[in-house]
Design a protein around this ligand. Structure first.
Ligand code: ACO
Ligand code: LMR
Length: 264
């Protein structure tokens, strides 16, 4: 019989060998004819399946809400400085993207991991937060530089409202809110932030949609797919900031001496 030479690469998400490329078996023409959106394309390429409309719409809302947050945040700042140094689009974009991490935008996966573990083990919000404190770990998904208990993040409210209306269950998000209630009793800046909202709500999406086995959910959380939502979303804004600086013909940035504490 035929002997198949071993391949150097295995790929399971897309195929360009036929007449038209397919994403998880779905041809481009179907994607266009059925009016699929970017949420459907993410479902096919990341999760390898078509998800119900309420899920793909949630993904698209996450992307739209996280696309930008003004020029002062870490990512935009880096991109602006890089663009003003005369660098190209890709350099300016990645310079901003490289700031995404545990403090800024990249806490979604850890928020999902910790909220899931604590909820599934039946820990009360008090037990969870205090156990994190003992370990010296800040609760991912909690805290913000400018948002406060009396000045909530509108993005979080919008995501929660959407999920309350469309998701069959929001148990993980409700748990995250219990955690927030406890942390807010400690300090006014310890709100549920957009990373925490997306992390907890994505757990609800995965568990409530009936489209994923328990093992698949564990794998998604373990590998860490969800920071990808912020990376993808914020790329839109960072590209915009690059064009903005070029359009404005901004000169090389130099930080003012007065704003540096020179000390020994
Ligand atoms: N869990 C527990 N305690 C916290 C947390 C937290 N998540 N955040 C702040 N605190 C407490 C700590 O006691 C901290 O004191 P410490 O420095 O001795 O640990 C105190 O509040 C003051 O914290 P600051 O450092 O002043 O807070 P800052 O405003 O600098 O930090 C930040 C904001 C980075 C978001 C922080 O709250 C944090 O690390 N959160 C967890 C990571 C996270 O969710 N990041 C995503 C933010 S949303 C976004 O980027 C789109
Ligand atoms: C963001 O989305 O960039 C913000 O939440 C971060 C910030 O500090 O405002």
């Amino acid at each position: 019989g035929k002997v198949r030479a071993p391949t150097h690469i295995i790929s399971t998400i897309s195929d360009d060998r036929g007449e038209e490329p397919c994403y998880s078996g779905v041809p481009m023409s179907t994607i266009v004819e059925r009016g699929y959106g970017v949420g459907d394309v993410i479902s096919l390429l990341w999760f390898k399946r078509s998800l119900p409309r309420y899920c793909t719409q949630f993904i698209e809302i996450c992307i739209m809400l996280c696309a930008d947050h003004g020029p002062c945040v870490s990512g935009a700042h880096n991109t602006i400085v890089t663009a003003r140094a005369g660098k190209d689009l890709v350099s300016s974009l990645v310079s901003g993207l490289l700031t995404i991490g545990p403090r800024f935008g990249g806490a979604i996966d850890d928020a999902a991991r910790y909220f899931k573990d604590a909820y599934d083990r039946g820990l009360s919000a008090y037990e969870f937060v205090e156990s994190m404190k003992k370990k010296g770990i800040r609760v991912p998904g909690i805290g913000h530089r400018i948002k406060r208990g009396d000045n909530r993040d509108k993005r979080v409210e919008l995501l929660q409202k959407y999920a309350h209306t469309h998701f069959p269950s929001v148990k993980y998000m409700e748990y995250a809110v219990q955690v927030e209630t406890y942390t807010l009793s400690k300090a006014n800046n310890l709100v549920l932030n957009v990373d925490g909202a997306i992390g907890s709500l994505f757990l609800d999406l995965l568990a409530g949609s009936g489209m994923f086995s328990k093992q698949e959910i564990d794998e998604i959380v373990e590998i860490g797919y969800l920071n990808g939502l912020f990376v993808l979303a914020r790329s839109i804004g960072l590209i915009g900031h690059t064009f903005d600086q070029k359009r404005l013909k901004q000169p090389l940035y130099r930080h003012p001496w007065e704003d540096v504490l020179y000390t020994k």
